[in-house]
Write a protein that binds this ligand. Structure first.
Ligand SMILES: [Zn+2]
Ligand SMILES: [Zn+2]
Length: 794
C-alpha cells in the first residue's frame, strides 16, 4: 500500500466532484478521503500501485460534466491510511470557494426522467441534478450551500433528502434538488394576476403551449430572467409583440425543439450544431435557409438566432409545440430583462397576455449568451448565462499579480476580478445608464467579491470620466484606499485579446488594430479606429482614421445621416458633392436638412467633437445607401444591416475595393483618409450600380486599407503579431477579410473569441493591464479633463 495526495484546481466545487471521486475510489479499491478546501478538491488516497494509477487515470479522463479541471498535482504521502474505506469530508462553512459553476442546461438523465410517465419526476419543470440546473442564477452568498440559494425557501421531502445525502446518487449535494412534492411549482396567470385553472392535461406548461399555438403572447419565467414567447410562424402576433415591446427592428431570438427542427429554417453546420448542443445552450446566429418563418423576426437580416430548450420547463413546452417560438428577453425597449414575478406583472402587463410563473426566485439576472461562428471559430457576441462566472486562466507572468477589480465600460458592461492568475469576467450586465442595471452591477460586484474571496488592491477604470463605472471605481479607490489605474479604452481592447490568446506578461510588443465606436483617448479627444504598438504595460499610437466631426455629438451616434454629411463634407466639400452628385437620393435628402446650422457647428466645434471612429465611417456609408439613415434603434444597427446587404457580393468584389490613402510621414501619427473611397462610391451610385455591390466594395475598401496599413506598420516597427479588437470586428466580412489578408503576409493574427470584441470584453483588458502595471510599473498619470462633454454612446 502506498499513499498519494491529489490536489485538483479549477471549477471543482458544487459540481458533484466529491461523489464522483468517491465512486471512482470504490471502483479502484482506494482508501482515504476527499474534501473541498480553499484551493479546490484535495484527495488523500491509499492503495496498491496499480489501483492508484487506475484511479488517477479515471480522475483525469472522467471528471464530472460541469467541472473544469485546471490542474492536477500529485505528491506522495508517508504513513498509513487512517481507515480502510473512502470517505467524503464535509466542507467547513466560511471557507473560500474556488469557483461556482455556471448555470447548465438540463442533462440527458434529468430530461429522460422528466419525460418518463413512470418516473416520480414526470413532467416536473424543475428537475435537476449535480450535472445540470441553476447555479449562479440562484446563489446569494458563499459557500454554495442550499441555505445560501433561493432554494432555501423549499424544504426537501424525505425522498429528495435521501438522494441529497447519498454519495452514490446523482443528486448527492445537488443544492437545487427538488420534486413536485417539495420543490418550486409553476402556474399560469392572466394579465390581471388571476391564476388560471389548467383543465387540459392538468398542467400549466401545456396550457401555455396551447395558448402560444392560438397566437397569444406569454411571459415565461426561466433560469436567469423572463422571456416573451409567441409562435414564430404567426406574423400578426410577431408584429404585435414588436409594437408592444417597442422593439421595432432588433432581431428576436428563437427556441426550437431540437437541431433537426432548426435545420428546417436555418443552415446548421457541424460547428453550429456543436454550439447549439453546448451545456450552456446559447443563442447561435445562423443563416436563414429553408422554410420561411414570420418576416418580422429579424427585419432586414438574413440570419436568425436559435437556441435549444435548456430547462425542463422549456423541454415540456417545446415537446408540446414541436415548432419554433420567439423567446426574446422580456423587457420594454432597452430596459434590462425582468426577473421578478412582481416586476414582470407590472412591467409586462401591456405586452404579455398571460404569465407562466414559478416561485423559485432568480437572484442574479442572466441574459442568454449569444455566439456566432466567424472565420471558422465560435465567437461570443454576448457572454452571460451558462458561461459566467467561469474563470479564464491567465497566461504566464500573471501568477503573482495582486487582486484587481476592473470596472468595465458603460454600454454592454461587464466587470472583471483578477485573482491568483485567473480572470473572472462577469455576465453581460448591460447599459449602466439604466438605473436598474447599475443596481444589478453593484450587487453583482459584491457577490463576485464574496464568491471569489476577492480583496482588490487596485481598481482599474476607463479613461472616460463620464462612465458610471469609472465614477464608481474612482469613489471606491478613495474609500478603500487602494490604487486607481486608468486604462485607455482601445488599449484595453488589445490587452483583452492578448490575454485570452495566452500572450505572456512579458510578451513582445504587438500591433493592435482596434476598430470601434467611440472611446476616450489619452489626449482628451475621442478615438475609435486606432493602430497601436502595444504590450500589456503601455502602448504607442501609430495610426488612426482621420478624425471627422460628430455634429451634434451623441445625436450623431443616433442619426447616421449626420455622419454621411460630415464625411462627405470633409472629404469632398459639400458644394462639390451637391454640384457633382445632385440627383442622388442621399444628396437630395441632405439638402433638405439644416446644413447651414450643421456647418457652423462643425466649423466652430460647437457640440461637434472630432472623432477617429470606425463606427461612424460605417454609419456614413450605410446612410448613403439608405440604411437606417434617419436613426438607429439599437447599437450597430446600420453597420449590421449593411454587412448583410454586402455579404452575397463580398468575395467577388475583392478586386474592385474602393481605394483610400494614408496621410503623414512615418515619424508622426499616420492617418487613413477616405476621400477616394467616397468619390468612387458616389460615382458608382451615379452609374446606377447595385447597392449590394456598392456595399461590398465599401467593405473590401476598408479591408484593404486596414490590412495594407497594418502590414506597413508591422514591417516598419518589427512587429510580427497582430491583435484585432473593437466592435467593428463583430462584422464577419471585416473580421474574415482582414484576417485572411494579413495571414497571407506571414503575420500572426489573433482576434477575440472567448469574450466579445465589443465593450463586453473591455474589463478583461483593463484587469490585465492593471495587473501588469501594479506588478512591474507605475500607474499612468491621470489625464486632464476634456473640454467638452463627450458622448458615452458607442
Ligand atoms: Zn441532471
Ligand atoms: Zn422532493
Amino acid at each position: 500500500m502506498s499513499g498519494i495526495s491529489i490536489r485538483i484546481r479549477g471549477i471543482v466545487q458544487g459540481v458533484g466532484f466529491r461523489p464522483a471521486v468517491w465512486r471512482m475510489a470504490g471502483e479502484c479499491e482506494i482508501a482515504g478521503t476527499v474534501g473541498n478546501d480553499a484551493h479546490g478538491v484535495l484527495i488523500q488516497a491509499w492503495g496498491s500501485k496499480s489501483n492508484l494509477s487506475r484511479f488517477k487515470g479515471l480522475l483525469e479522463t472522467f471528471p464530472p460534466p460541469l467541472a473544469r479541471v485546471e490542474s492536477i498535482e500529485i505528491l506522495p504521502i508517508t504513513g498509513d491510511a487512517p481507515h480502510l474505506d473512502f470517505q467524503i469530508i464535509g466542507s467547513s462553512t466560511g471557507e473560500a470557494q474556488t469557483g461556482i459553476a455556471p448555470d447548465a442546461a438540463t442533462c440527458p438523465d434529468c430530461l429522460k426522467e422528466t419525460l418518463n410517465p413512470k418516473d416520480r419526476r414526470t413532467r416536473y419543470p424543475f428537475t435537476n441534478c449535480t450535472h445540470c440546473g441553476p447555479r449562479l442564477s440562484i446563489i446569494r452568498s458563499v459557500p454554495y450551500d442550499r441555505g445560501n440559494t433561493s432554494m432555501d425557501d423549499f424544504k426537501m421531502c424525505e425522498v429528495c433528502q435521501g438522494e441529497y445525502d447519498d454519495p452514490a446518487d446523482r443528486r448527492f449535494h445537488a443544492q437545487p434538488n427538488a420534486c413536485a412534492v417539495c420543490g418550486p411549482r409553476v402556474w399560469i396567470e392572466d394579465g390581471q394576476g388571476n391564476e388560471i385553472e389548467s383543465m387540459q392535461e392538468g398542467d400549466a406548461v401545456s396550457l401555455a403551449a396551447s395558448l402560444i399555438e392560438k397566437g397569444e403572447i406569454i411571459a415565461i419565467k426561466g433560469i436567469g430572467g423572463f422571456h416573451l414567447a409567441c409562435d414564430a410562424a404567426q406574423s400578426k402576433t410577431v408584429s404585435q409583440l414588436r409594437q408592444r415591446k417597442k422593439r421595432y427592428k432588433k432581431p428576436f431570438a428563437l427556441m426550437a425543439h431540437d437541431v433537426d427542427s432548426i435545420s428546417n429554417f436555418a443552415r446548421v453546420g457541424e460547428a453550429e450544431e456543436w454550439l447549439l448542443r453546448d451545456r450552456a445552450a446559447p443563442i447561435v446566429i445562423l443563416e436563414a435557409e429553408g422554410e420561411p418563418l414570420a418576416p418580422g423576426l429579424a427585419p432586414g437580416q438574413s440570419s436568425l438566432g436559435f437556441m435549444l430548450p435548456y430547462t425542463p420547463l422549456h423541454h415540456l413546452l417545446m415537446d408540446h409545440l414541436k415548432r419554433p417560438i420567439v423567446m426574446t428577453s422580456a423587457n420594454i425597449s432597452d430596459e434590462p430583462q425582468c426577473f421578478e414575478n412582481s416586476s414582470a406583472r407590472e412591467r409586462l402587463s401591456g405586452i404579455a397576455n398571460y404569465f407562466l410563473l414559478h416561485d423559485r426566485s432568480i437572484v442574479n439576472r442572466l441574459d442568454d449568451s449569444v455566439l456566432r461562428n466567424m472565420d471558422g471559430t465560435p465567437r461570443f457576441l454576448r457572454r452571460a448565462r451558462g458561461y459566467a462566472p467561469e474563470p479564464l486562466l491567465l497566461p504566464k507572468g500573471f501568477e503573482g499579480a495582486p487582486d484587481i477589480m476592473a470596472m468595465g465600460g458603460e454600454l454592454k458592461n461587464t466587470f472583471c476580478l483578477l485573482k491568483d492568475g485567473r480572470a473572472m469576467v462577469s455576465q453581460h450586465m448591460g447599459d449602466l445608464e439604466e438605473m436598474s442595471v447599475l443596481r444589478d452591477y453593484l450587487d453583482n460586484i459584491d457577490l463576485y467579491e464574496q464568491l471569489f474571496d476577492h480583496r482588490p488592491q487596485a481598481i482599474a477604470i476607463d479613461l472616460h470620466p463620464g462612465y458610471l463605472s469609472s465614477q464608481t471605481g474612482r469613489d471606491w479607490s478613495r474609500e478603500r484606499g487602494v490604487a486607481l489605474i486608468e486604462v485607455q479604452h482601445h488599449h484595453a481592447h488589445v490587452a483583452a485579446c492578448m490575454a485570452e490568446h495566452g500572450l505572456p506578461a512579458d510578451t513582445q510588443d504587438v500591433l493592435g488594430i482596434v476598430l470601434d465606436g467611440l472611446g476616450m483617448g489619452d489626449d482628451g479627444t475621442i478615438w475609435g479606429a486606432e493602430f497601436m504598438k502595444a504590450g500589456y504595460a503601455s502602448y504607442e499610437r501609430l495610426a488612426r482614421f482621420r478624425p471627422v466631426p460628430m455634429i451634434g455629438a451623441a445625436q450623431a451616434v443616433r442619426e447616421p445621416w449626420r455622419s454621411a454629411y460630415a464625411q462627405l463634407r470633409q472629404s469632398l466639400g459639400w458644394q462639390m458633392v451637391a454640384d457633382t452628385y445632385g440627383g442622388l437620393d442621399i444628396v437630395d435628402d441632405l439638402q433638405r436638412r439644416p446644413l447651414k446650422t450643421l456647418e457652423t457647428m462643425a466649423d466652430k466645434g460647437l457640440n461637434s467633437p472630432m472623432a477617429s471612429s470606425a463606427g461612424r465611417l460605417f454609419d456614413a456609408a450605410a446612410a448613403i445607401l439608405g440604411i437606417s439613415r434617419d436613426g438607429v434603434s439599437y447599437e450597430g444597427e446600420a453597420a449590421i444591416l449593411m454587412e448583410d446587404m454586402a455579404a452575397p457580393c463580398f468575395t467577388e468584389e475583392k478586386a474592385r475595393a474602393y481605394p483610400s490613402s494614408v496621410n503623414g510621414d512615418n515619424c508622426f501619427l499616420l492617418e487613413l483618409v477616405w476621400d477616394d473611397l467616397w468619390t468612387n462610391l458616389l460615382d458608382d451610385l451615379m452609374r446606377g450600380t447595385d447597392q449590394a455591390v456598392v456595399a461590398a466594395r465599401f467593405h473590401q475598401g476598408v479591408v484593404v486599407a486596414v490590412s495594407d496599413l497594418a502590414e506597413r506598420l508591422a514591417r516598419q516597427h518589427g512587429l510580427s503579431t497582430v491583435i484585432l479588437g473593437g466592435g467593428v470586428f463583430q462584422n464577419r466580412l471585416i473580421l474574415e477579410g482582414v484576417t485572411e489578408t494579413l495571414s497571407t503576409t506571414g503575420l500572426r493574427v489573433h482576434s477575440p473569441r472567448l469574450f466579445p470584441a465589443n465593450d463586453g470584453g473591455l474589463s478583461l483588458g483593463q484587469a490585465a493591464i492593471a495587473a501588469i502595471r501594479q506588478t512591474h510599473g507605475k500607474p499612468r498619470k491621470a489625464t486632464e479633463s476634456p473640454e467638452f462633454i463627450i458622448p458615452t454612446l458607442n
